[in-house]
Design a protein around this ligand. Structure first.
Ligand SMILES: NC(=O)c1ccc[n+]([C@@H]2O[C@H](COP(=O)([O-])OP(=O)(O)OC[C@H]3O[C@@H](n4cnc5c(N)ncnc54)[C@H](O)[C@@H]3O)[C@@H](O)[C@H]2O)c1
Length: 258
């Protein structure tokens, strides 16, 4: 599928994997709508790549609607990358036997709300717009990539909410791809391992933490780069025979319990 001259939305596009995907999409001629909570970083990236910025909180359905409309004004929307996401670490129960120290239900709801429900809301709204596109020679009207995580499969201690949200993203991949097939829209999921992005924080402490994390990767023994992930995202978007699949990009890591 050719994305040259089309518009593309990248949620979480102001940072990390989303920003790398936005740059690679722009390099292939797409007009990118950088959709993120971070106004300054999002606007700066949009300016750098000749795209546009849209302030989007993926838990606010009307902000997604506005971003999809904005993309349609720029060019036909043919590509979406759902990279907005947050992490959370807390054990299901505390150590002191009180309910107060159990996993925060508010936090669980927030993580699932952003990572899973926010992703699905963008999928349903963007795919609705894509379904009105003219089909290419293959009958394709658009393609979507969602970002899950290896935590969907090898969730660690403290990852109940994060793994549940990403497991949901994995689980909906095939049924949503089946739903969208009649409209000529493909959907795939990329499940990153440990990738060097601001999700681990910034500064010397997080650098030391990331260096330690890298030692647990099978090969190469380092964190992945945002560009290595974005490369797979672009392949899933542009390869017309990729559909309904979940692809791990993780240097072969299988996460231990902690
Ligand atoms: N970095 C990793 O090791 C790793 C591993 C597995 C999965 N992932 C997943 O990949 C995706 C991208 O992660 P990253 O490492 O690039 O993270 P990141 O923190 O660098 O970027 C995430 C972006 O999402 C935005 N965001 C957060 N909540 C949002 C909301 N409600 N609405 C809109 N935007 C919001 C943030 O502002 C940020 O710009 C996430 O879904 C993450 O869970 C990352």
């Amino acid at each position: 599928m050719d994305i040259n001259g089309a518009s593309a939305i990248v949620t979480g596009g102001a940072s990390g994997i989303g920003a790398a995907a936005a740059r690679q999409l722009a390099a292939r001629g797409a007009r990118v709508v950088v959709a993120d909570l971070q106004d300054e970083r999002g606007q700066a990236l949009a300016d750098e790549i000749g795209g546009v910025f849209a302030h989007v909180d993926v838990t606010r359905t009307e902000e997604i609607t506005a971003a999809v409309a904005l993309a349609g004004e720029v060019a036909p929307l043919r590509a979406v990358v759902n990279s907005a996401g947050i992490g959370w670490a807390q054990r299901t129960i505390g150590r002191d036997g009180t309910l107060e120290s159990a996993h925060s239900l508010e936090a669980f709801t927030k993580v699932v709300g952003i990572n899973l429900i926010g992703t699905f809301d963008m999928v349903r709204q963007a795919a609705t717009a894509m379904s009105r596109n003219e089909a290419d020679a293959d009958g394709c009207r658009g393609a979507i990539v969602n970002l899950a995580s290896v935590a969907a499969f090898d969730g660690q201690i403290g990852q109940a909410s994060y793994s549940a949200s990403k497991g949901g993203v994995v689980g909906m991949t095939l049924p949503v791809a089946r739903d969208l097939a009649a409209a000529g829209i493909r959907l795939n999921t990329v499940a990153p391992g440990l990738i060097d992005t601001p999700i681990y924080g910034e500064g010397p402490e997080s650098e030391a933490f990331k260096a330690k994390l890298g030692e647990s990767v099978l090969f190469p023994r380092r964190l992945g780069t945002p560009d290595e992930l974005a490369s797979m995202v672009l392949e899933c978007l542009t390869n017309s025979y990729m559909n309904g699949e979940v692809v791990r990009v993780d240097g072969g890591i299988r996460m231990p319990p902690k």
